[in-house]
Design a protein around this ligand. Sequence first.
Ligand SMILES: Cc1cc2nc3c(=O)[nH]c(=O)nc-3n(C[C@H](O)[C@H](O)[C@H](O)COP(=O)(O)OP(=O)(O)OC[C@H]3O[C@@H](n4cnc5c(N)ncnc54)[C@H](O)[C@@H]3O)c2cc1C
Ligand code: SF4
Length: 282
Amino acid sequence: MNPFGNYKTVISARATDKEILKKAQDGGIVSAAYIYGLESKLLDGVIVANTEDGFNAAPKVATTPEEVLNAAGTKYTVSPNVSVLKDAVREYALEKVGIVGTPCQVQAIRKLIKYPMGFRHTDSKIALVMGIFCMENFSYEGMKAIVEEYAGIRMDDVLKTDIGKGKFWVYSKYGDVKSVKLKDTHMYEQKSCHICTDYTAELADISTGSVGSPDGWSTIFIRTEKGEAYINKMVEAGVLETKNIDDVKPGLDLVQKLSLQKKEKNEKEIVQRRELGLPVPY
Ligand SMILES: Cc1cc2nc3c(=O)[nH]c(=O)nc-3n(C[C@H](O)[C@H](O)[C@H](O)COP(=O)(O)OP(=O)(O)OC[C@H]3O[C@@H](n4cnc5c(N)ncnc54)[C@H](O)[C@@H]3O)c2cc1C
Ligand code: SF4
């Protein structure tokens, strides 16, 4: 089983801008790439998951670095980022759009580029596809139950959420840090995530996640020529600090282990659902 899909290189990296690092989830790769793109005119607009009231998420077309920074950080709930792609082109008249999404969203983006049914004149405006690693996601109500009932923090008071080291972490605006064991969060996972076999956003130009790199750093898969050229420009401009993935801990082995765990577990679920005549992805 192929754990990562096609890629050219993998690196560990973080943004050099301290403001980005302060707001970002991990190494701030997505925000740094977006801000660099807007400032260097490689992109004229980007799609983000904006933080709404009560730490909910909603897709937004961002055209300024401030808007990108406001939307930094992971929201463990669905943000249908692809749904505003047409708006980005038709209402904002953007020509070079950057879009970020979970692996399933990246699949949708590649599909609409390949078969642009209903997306004519939109597909050609996609300038950069960024993917974020994803093991599972939650409905907003599911995330709320984890945060409010298990961690005991009000959604309005959430500053950051993070899944790492076997726990769901909740940081409040007032400095509290609470954690919930992942065995207590499983029942809130979206059922559709159990038939998903992509961990590292295999169809993106650039995929990034926290796993594999030290705290505050990100692992990046550079997959396409476009992605490679983009990262090279970022490094030349000094907006990214990079390390060889072999020189950091825990390194690529952990990404591989988690990716294969997801693929094997969810393949079994697909077989079981197929036997029951339930819908499966392909
Ligand atoms: C549901 C989910 C599950 C994840 N699971 C893993 C995992 O198992 N292992 C791992 O290594 N990484 C996982 N990640 C990715 C990780 O949490 C970070 O998003 C990633 O490392 C990017 O961090 P950054 O500092 O580069 O990005 P930042 O600079 O903080 O930017 C993050 C970007 O992602 C966008 N975003 C935030 N939430 C969502 C969302 N729900 N849907 C679409 N876009 C969003 C933001 O708007 C922002 O533009 C997951 C992310 C999500 C959303
Ligand atoms: S697990 Fe798969 S289906 Fe679920 S949000 Fe992540 S990428 Fe999408």
